[in-house]
Design a binder for this molecule. Structure first.
Ligand code: NIG
Ligand code: FE
Length: 417
């Protein structure tokens, strides 16, 4: 099929679409009405104001977008999607007033999921991850970042990353993997966090790099996680092995983890409820993306809001993600995060759209390839049954995906001419 048409100018042309490019400027979201998007060999090869008659006959397939909106595929740039076990019991405890940090100190929280995940085989973890991924795919997500962090041994951390990478063999999805071995001090190292960090830096990071299982390294810099000094050691090791740097910072307190992440040109600093102005300036200077996670804010019933006005003032790119995990955000919906970005964090709908497309791509260091519909970029796109872009943030729950396109292939629905 591909061979027979190899001389065609295009594989697919979408005509009569209104484009949400994914870009956000001072003037707002960049959009364009009545466009045609030409796709060949998994990439967008042209965007035409008017369909050129000479091009159209040479396409293998022409799709009339029927005046619908076409956006980049959505990107969920922060998840902990691969884990076993449930934390519903902890949810009940928290509703009775026991704080998240107290549950963690009592050996629950992250460590409860670590126990369950260590006992699970790769096959079991894969089986558990697929329905979570399917929920995101059904909403128009085409790229997902997945962190390890529920293994906390060399073998178990690599096992989680292998499962994350295998997902592309089972679903049409792009996956970015992040090693989060520095998520919590494992029980075997209780009271010996520095020694655990030795293991992370001297064995786990080098192995993950050598086996090409991780694109980036993450660390939980927090009172119940790791100190700034320990976090810095993790970042230095990541840098030494050529891996990207990300960090969970300023979620429950301000340890100046964002400035630390910026010092090492981190791809992103995530959570940020307790971020101060100095931290915002540091992010702005290093062009590190602020990844905001309203699901965790909501689920933990936090009161401290991330400093959205300051992030705007210093023009720090803002991304949104689900933080899908069993403890603080068991919410597999990027559209819900867009809604919460507006309702809880007072972001504009336009900001939330950029936050799950162009800005999320920057948080994964893939802005050259994904997150914007533009000539030369991967053809990851969603055709939506909406009247206005703001609808993507305004409602969630009912499906408005008409077609999902990943690397030039249609994976959902279809309204062929
Ligand atoms: O992003 N903050 C640390 N890590 C996760 C929570 C993990 C858990 O509770 O299982 C988060 O919120
Ligand atoms: Fe997280």
């Amino acid at each position: 099929m591909e061979q027979a048409h190899s001389n065609a100018i295009a594989d697919i042309i979408w005509t009569n679409v209104n484009l949400i490019t994914g870009e956000l400027t001072g003037q707002g979201l960049v959009t364009a009405h009545n466009q045609s998007v030409v796709v060949k060999d998994s990439k967008v090869t042209a965007i035409l104001d008017q369909p050129l008659e000479s091009v159209l006959p040479e396409a293998k397939q022409i799709i009339d977008g029927q005046d619908r909106w076409l956006s980049p595929g959505l990107i969920d740039c922060h998840t902990h999607l691969v884990f076993a076990g449930s934390r519903a019991n902890e949810f009940e405890q928290r509703l009775e007033g026991v704080p998240y940090e107290v549950i963690a100190k009592q050996g629950g929280g992250i460590l409860a999921t670590v126990n369950a995940t260590r006992s699970a085989s790769e096959e079991e973890l894969l089986k558990l991850a697929l329905p979570r991924l399917d929920a995101l795919i059904a909403e128009g997500v085409t790229t997902v970042e997945i962190k390890s962090g529920y293994g906390l041994t060399l073998g178990d951390e690599l096992k989680i990353l292998r499962v994350a990478k295998q997902l592309v063999n089972h679903r049409p999805i792009n996956i970015s993997t992040t090693l989060l071995a520095a998520h919590a001090v494992p029980p075997e190292f209780k009271g010996k966090a520095d020694q655990y960090i030795d293991l992370v830096c001297n064995e786990i990071i080098p192995q993950a790099a050598e086996q090409q299982l991780a694109d980036a390294v993450d660390v939980f810099c927090e009172g119940i996680g790791f100190s700034p000094e320990q976090s810095e050691r993790v970042m230095l090791a990541a840098q030494a092995y050529g891996l990207g740097i990300k960090a969970h910072v300023e979620q429950l307190s301000n340890l100046s983890g964002a400035a630390l992440t910026a010092k090492y040109q981190g791809w992103s600093a995530d959570h940020l409820e307790y971020l101060d102005e100095a931290g915002v300036k540091a992010l702005a200077e290093s062009n590190t993306v602020a990844v905001l996670l309203p699901g965790a804010f909501y689920f933990l019933r936090e009161q401290q809001l991330p400093p959205i006005d300051l992030l705007r003032k210093y023009q720090v790119p803002m991304a949104l993600a689900t933080d899908f995990n069993p403890g603080t955000s068991p919410l597999a919906s990027i559209r819900l995060m867009m809604n919460m970005g507006c309702t809880l964090f007072r972001m504009t709908p336009a900001e939330t759209i950029a936050a799950v497309t162009s800005q999320a791509a920057k948080a994964l260091n893939m802005a050259e390839m994904r997150g914007i519909i533009k000539e030369g970029m991967a053809a990851d796109m969603v055709l939506w049954d909406i009247q206005h872009p703001a609808e993507l943030a305004y409602q969630f729950g009912s499906s408005v995906v008409v077609q999902r396109v990943i690397n030039g292939h249609i994976t959902e629905g279809g309204i062929h001419v």
